[in-house]
Design a binder for this molecule. Sequence first.
Ligand code: FMN
Length: 274
Amino acid sequence: MPFFAIDKNLCDQDGLCVKACPTQVIQMNKQNPYPAATQDYAAYCLACGHCVAVCPTGAFSMDQNSVDLCPPIQKELTLTPEQAEQFLRSRRSIRNFRKQPVERFKLEKLMEMACCAPSAKNSQPWHWTVVADPADVRRLAEMVVDWIRGITARFPEKAEISGFPRIVSAWDAGEERICRGAPHLLVVHGDKDYGFGAEDSALALSYLELFAPALGLGTCWGGYVYSAINAHAPLFKALGLPSDHRALGAMMVGYPKLRYLRLPNRNAPKVTWR
Ligand SMILES: Cc1cc2nc3c(=O)[nH]c(=O)nc-3n(C[C@H](O)[C@H](O)[C@H](O)COP(=O)(O)O)c2cc1C
């Protein structure tokens, strides 16, 4: 059960925590001028830490979000719009990787940053399976190709639309287009019955992908792997995912071989103003 504490020596009773709370489980009134939990606090608190993050005096602490665990935002690190635009636009899907393995602490840092993504009701439903050995990544890629061959045999038209025959021909010619020769694969998975798993995981992987270049790393979404994991039982089993989970996304990770020098264009937003 989440627990919060107010340091009454620091609290200036500005009520900001009450305003910031998304589920209105903090109250202040004339009888009790300090923030206090509502009766239903335990049932509805999201443990999102907004109360701690908004408090200018450091008076507010939650068990998981105590003041000492929540560093202050450093204004000098705030990106200008130009920096933010370049940061977002320069992210690229990387499909050419060096053989050099990624240090474990870097993979751990990527997942830590991914887990800072928003999630519905702050549920943070992510579980990670790291395929750390490049030989295992290749074995999994081969299983994806097996799955693609099966689909192609059964549903040739559907397979054509998905570009499967080209992937199989490339594989047979010695070119690996599933995991692109990435040394590592991160698979995010979670409870198969959880409704927002796909959205939450897409966000987590986006955070991961945006952070990766800061560590000198490159990433690429593993769309084929991800689709195959849930559809091809041998692959699901080979990854050792719990039977009550489903895969929610997969990301290739490694050191990039190519360096990009320009920001490619994208379609203008398709907008309807009403
Ligand atoms: C859900 C999803 C699945 C993807 N799957 C693959 C994939 O299996 N293989 C691949 O090479 N790229 C994959 N991509 C990368 C896209 O092709 C890429 O994002 C797009 O071409 C734009 O390029 P950029 O990421 O460099 O901006 C995937 C992207 C997303 C969002």
